[in-house]
Design a protein around this ligand. Sequence first.
Ligand code: AMP
Ligand code: MG
Length: 525
Amino acid sequence: MNVTIENDFVGSLPADPIRENYLRQVRGACYSFVEPSRAGKPQLVAYSKDLAERLGFSVSDCESDEFLDVFAGNSLLEGMKPFAMCYGGHQFGNWAGQLGDGRAITLGELIDNCGTRQALQLKGAGKTPYSRSADGLAVLRSSLREYVCSEAMHYLGIPTTRALTLVATGDAVIRDMLYDGHPAPEPGAIVCRVAPSFVRFGNFEICAAQRDLDLLKQVADYTINSDFPTLKALQETEKYVTWFEEVVNRTIDMVVHWMRVGFVHGVMNTDNMSILGLTIDYGPYGWLEDYDPDWTPNTTDAATRRYRYGQQPWVAQWNLLQLANAIVPLIGETKPLEDALNRFPPVYQERWEQTIRNKLGLTDVGSKESPLINELEAVLKLVETDMTLFFRELAKLDITATIEAEDPLHNMESVYYAPSSISAKQREQINLWLRNYATLVNHQNQNQDNRVALMNATNPLYVPRNYLAQLAIDEIEKGNPQYLEEWMSVLENPYTEQHGKDKFAAKRPEWARTRVGCSMLSCSS
Ligand code: AMP
Ligand code: MG
């Protein structure tokens, strides 16, 4: 294979001097060298052709035994020096100490055909010094979910780590899927994730917790030099402050995107927050089907629902506060960091309002929009409404007819889960909103084509719905890859209606309401 592996992270930051692979607390180092474990009978289930090409792998490379061996963790390309990172994190609001890559092993980096450095990381390739009480492995169902969603997010235009390969290892992994005392063997798998950097907020937090300011400065300087190069010429204090402001900015941007498409991360611990503002660590994530801001897919979080959809912006801000606390020593005063954090709510609000205007296809900025936008959430929550389909169908409304119509909801019935049980009162509330919406659009004197174009560019039609992922898993477990292939190709153009692909845009069927893996997931992946 004609790719050149580099090791910038390893070459720039201190390594744990111990080479043996056993559990330990690591100090004074950012990572530990570790070899991936062998996969018994690996099989390439899927790979991203687009990403492979971008990374310089030819089609024949991707179909070779060597490619499969490398991404199954069974061999290394020349120059690869695999390692697991050391980081800490706040989990569910509490400091959890050292966490680290318990089942992720970075193989090395290469420069993609856009000139960007990209790290290749196997997830599920065995134990590392950071595996704590777990096995370092991943099961096929959760690996498939990570593979699908990270690629889908990329095509949705949302900052994310990507997925190059999905490999079934041929080995069994024991999991207690519901944590109810019924462990069972499941097929194991490995995803190769790809990102310019896998550094998380937790990489800085662990240095601060260990009071290792030298290391903190090294990780910060390395991150700024390689991932925020325009800042490196700034004088020290200004450099770190501007960098933090940029991380705040990117994090806001990422969360606004999540809220736009109805994505719920599910485990927004600070070890799962990328310093680049990328969506990272797809575990018990989910997609809003019926619009419910209190929904979380993560059964492990069922009691407090800390990571529910509607709370994600404020959790992101809280996570940024933890990052700020960790990097204060680099700056010597808290004020500039507090200022940056205090700007989070207004900046978020401004970007969110702009996003909502785009979702509704409204262009003018005027006070008349506010009540309409304020009432939208109530209308979406009133009866079970499919969030994704609501905005796509809204785009199709005939504005002039809707203003006069007695029952405009009639044209939107397909977006409701139980249209026949909508009461007369609820119907009137929704109808009033639809008429007001049409009146406002009319008042803004907008060209119909422009409105539809703006809405359809903001509101995806195809998102990786929870139950579709489960269907893809069922098919793969039966040895049938066609469904996944077809779905992945549909997800490459999520904003464009594709002929004959209705099944990938359909609202959740009744059977999926309660099936495990569709409406709820645990962290057991
Ligand atoms: P998560 O919440 O999935 O991001 O995981 C939190 C921490 O647990 C991270 O340090 C992971 O590397 C680690 N972890 C999760 N699952 C496993 C596993 N099966 N084996 C080893 N470590 C794991
Ligand atoms: Mg994680």
